[in-house]
Design a binder for this molecule. Sequence first.
Ligand code: NAP
Length: 320
Amino acid sequence: MKKILPTDDGKLILADTPCPELRDDEIEIKVMAIGVNYADVKIRFGYFSDKTRKNPEMGCEVSGVVMRKGRDAHRFAVGEKVFAVWHWGGGYAEFMVVPEYAAFRLPVYLSFEQGAAFPVIAQTAYHLVHTVAHVERGETVLIHAAAGGVGTMLVQLCAMQGATVIALSSSERKLERVKKLGATFTLNYSEPIVERVLSLTKGEGVQAIFDGNGGAFFPHNFEMLGLRGRVVLFGNTAGEIPHLNPYQLVYSSHQLIGFSMRAITANPELYIATYRWILDRLESGELKIEIGHCLRLEDAEEAHRLLTSRESYGKIVLRP
Ligand SMILES: NC(=O)c1ccc[n+]([C@@H]2O[C@H](COP(=O)([O-])OP(=O)(O)OC[C@H]3O[C@@H](n4cnc5c(N)ncnc54)[C@H](OP(=O)(O)O)[C@@H]3O)[C@@H](O)[C@H]2O)c1
């Protein structure tokens, strides 16, 4: 089968590889669409931070059709349409093998592209808003990279909670689209962000900040955070974060919270219940999946370029 593999010098090539072996509790999926995540870029270049995962591969979310079942896999019929999230990856390929519990029926109201695009970003955004930051009606929240995969979900979920959303991006074009998702205010990183946020909040600051960027800007989050405000850090697309003095958090009762989906996948009941919640809102149209780019599997390199050059909007999907 065809599979995208990283070369020693960091390029992505389409290679011929044997089909994966099938264990008793696994299913084999003929991959129809693959969701591209920022984590794939980190895995590709070997700086993925989750040390519990040895040798993870790119491609942790796919949709497709069940082709084969292990002896103990009974939940799906051969030919059934599914989506799957498997954190060891291996999805940048024509076929992927996952434990049966990692797959879910693809509802009829979702295309293969949509089925591969929403699982990671929607679960992550749901828990950032509801489980970690506990965003409430009437609060004002700030969302970094609001036009990205996780960002477009965060904007919608915070707006659904009745929060005032300040959305940040590096591009006016992307901000226009984010506004249609429910952002109340949009700011370009080229503006003096701290001043603008303080002005929009009449000097009080925001109640919650969602930051998957990290990088040099990160410490400035606390300059625009209100009393008892919380900053949730869940990624570092913009690189290393400068040293912080935790005592800075004391005076305004600020909270800094880290988040990884590992905390949720360790609780299968919560994980499954969250998919039910998300799928209900996708079916009703309350929640939208923003797919900005659909490319061929062999264009995985271009997908990563779009993501790392800040040119992408929403989610990027690959089709084998
Ligand atoms: N903790 C978890 O469990 C978890 C789960 C899923 C994702 N994540 C993290 O969430 C973040 C977003 O993931 P995603 O897959 O949805 O990606 P994404 O937001 O679509 O990533 C691309 C966007 O990041 C922004 N960005 C800011 N600084 C950047 C830089 N120096 N280089 C490149 N991009 C930069 C850009 O937005 P603008 O140009 O609009 O500013 C860019 O368009 C990542 O850090 C990812 O690792 C964490």
